[in-house]
Design a protein around this ligand. Structure first.
Ligand code: HEC
Length: 449
């Protein structure tokens, strides 16, 4: 049994709705918690909010956590389960999250306050996963008690109990929310009408248990992952597999994690072997393979722009990957051994720079981080650090970093100013704060320390 650890919950009081990049800064006195590190147990699930701003993770340490995607800082700890947390998903509008647990319950959370809204009680065994309908009105939970349960998202009231032939590992709304799909130990997906609970058939083909299911937008297609080492893409109406994708042919190739890109054209698989494989679904070919963790990968997700993948692992961490380059974004703040003048500076832009320092070293001699170092940044050409692997977004640009370009980078946002960039930060909405940050970048990178 994992032991419940005592966790810092200083950030819990922050109203999540107000957390936009840098506006939610709690001050430079708090310890930096970079790289989504903080769980004290393996991470079983990960999800990204539909606007890409927040990440939720679920862990065997009995908690779920909310993170800011841009800065990878912890925003809140959701601490109300009495057992390992097995699943966590955002509602489509990002205002709620549902977590599931070995404690036989699921919880609907209000993310504006990080408080429990409804505890969903009824399952008789571990609850393995939850899903929310595309219109946000219904939740479905799947359990090893061989049932799928439907719940009203607004009230938490039970709506239906649908008996299953075997223990359930995952659930998904399909056919525009008309049907619910359940997959589990017997390797079959069973399909049920939500209106009357009637059985609508099975998707058969996996040789062993199903671990994960993802419905494509609109719900005509379903992606399933299995410990039989494959992914299958199904046409629901025809109840037929369109593709069988072989993640691995070694015994360590069990697949526990799967994701579909927002446009439905690509898929991700990962599992026991620690590799993240990206697939082109039209051709069934592998696009890339990234070694992501030394231990089991339990879950993966694309960001809404399709450019990054998140992976949740038995190594207790969650990592962000820039798919084009295969680079991990964000390294532990403790790795930094270089000078850190921003910690003591009186300059009004210094406290904002602590966020940048998670990923950027001040000088060329410091330990390399996931972003390029800032030595001589003021007046430096874009993409000019020798030996740093820039994304394509910066390689063919020829402007110089100065007051205007640095301001524009965070006023418009890196994703708009440099489309495709692997810097996952969002915007600094307050123009005065941004001007202060830009001036501090000038001071930092033109003056001697
Ligand atoms: C989570 C990690 C992360 C954080 C936090 C971050 N950056 Fe970056 N940054 C990167 C990465 C990665 C790149 C490389 C972009 C690419 O190649 O697409 C980058 C690139 C840049 C560049 C271009 C450098 C060059 O050599 O052309 C600038 C300027 C920059 N960041 C400024 C900042 C500032 C200012 C902050 C704080 C407000 C910040 N970054 C926060 C990861 C980060």
């Amino acid at each position: 049994m994992p032991i419940q650890v005592s966790l810092p919950i200083q950030a819990r009081a922050i109203a999540l709705a107000s957390i936009l990049f840098l506006t939610g800064m709690v001050g430079a006195s708090l310890p930096l918690r970079a790289d989504l590190i903080g769980h004290g147990g393996m991470v079983r699930a990960v999800d990204v909010s539909s606007d890409g701003a927040l990440v939720i993770t679920a862990s065997f340490d009995f908690t779920a956590r909310i993170w800011d995607f841009g800065t990878q800082a912890e925003v809140a700890v959701l601490d109300a389960h009495e057992g390992p947390v097995t699943g966590a998903v955002f509602s489509p509008d990002g205002k709620r999250a549902i977590t599931t647990s070995d404690d036989k319950t699921a919880i609907i959370w209000d993310l504006a306050t990080a408080k429990v809204l409804h505890r969903l009680i009824g399952h008789g065994h571990k609850v393995m996963a939850a899903s929310v309908s595309e219109d946000g009105t219904l939740a479905a939970t799947g359990s090893w008690d061989k049932t799928v349960r439907l719940w009203d998202m607004a009230t938490g009231a039970p709506v239906a109990v649908i008996e299953q032939p075997s223990p359930v590992n995952d659930v998904a709304f399909v056919r525009g929310g008309e049907w619910i799909a359940a997959g589990g130990h017997d390797g079959k997906v069973s399909l049920w009408s939500i209106a009357d609970g009637s059985f609508q058939g099975t998707l058969e083909g996996h040789l062993q248990g199903i671990t994960k299911m993802v419905a494509a937008p609109g719900g005509e297609r379903l992606l399933t992952a299995s410990i039989d080492r494959t992914l299958r893409l199904w046409d629901i109406a025809r109840r037929d597999a369109l593709k069988v994708l072989y993640h691995s042919d070694t015994r360590a190739g069990q697949v526990f994690a799967a994701a579909l890109s927002p446009d439905g054209a690509r898929a991700l698989s990962a599992g026991r072997d620690g590799r993240l494989v990206e697939w082109d679904l039209a051709s069934g070919e592998i696009v890339r393979t990234i070694p992501v963790h030394d231990k089991i990968v339990w879950a993966t997700r694309y960001t809404p722009n399709g450019q990054f993948a998140l992976t949740a692992s038995a190594d207790e961490s969650t990592a962000v990957w820039h798919l084009e380059t295969g680079d991990r974004i964000g390294l532990r703040a403790e790795d930094n051994k270089g000078p850190q003048p921003w910690l003591t500076s009186e300059h009004p832009g210094a406290h904002l720079f602590t966020k940048c320092a998670n990923c950027h070293a001040l000088d060329a001699r410091s330990a390399s981080r996931s972003g390029p170092h800032f030595e001589g940044l003021w007046g430096r050409r874009v993409g000019a650090v020798q030996g740093y692997k820039y994304s394509g977004a910066l390689q063919n640009k020829s402007f110089t970093w100065n007051e205007k370009t640095l301001f524009d980078l965070f006023d418009k946002g890196p994703d708009k100013f440099l489309p495709g960039t692997k810097m996952p930060v969002q915007r600094v909405p307050d123009k005065d704060q941004l001007a202060n940050l830009v001036d501090y970048l000038r001071v930092l990178t033109t003056e001697k320390h």
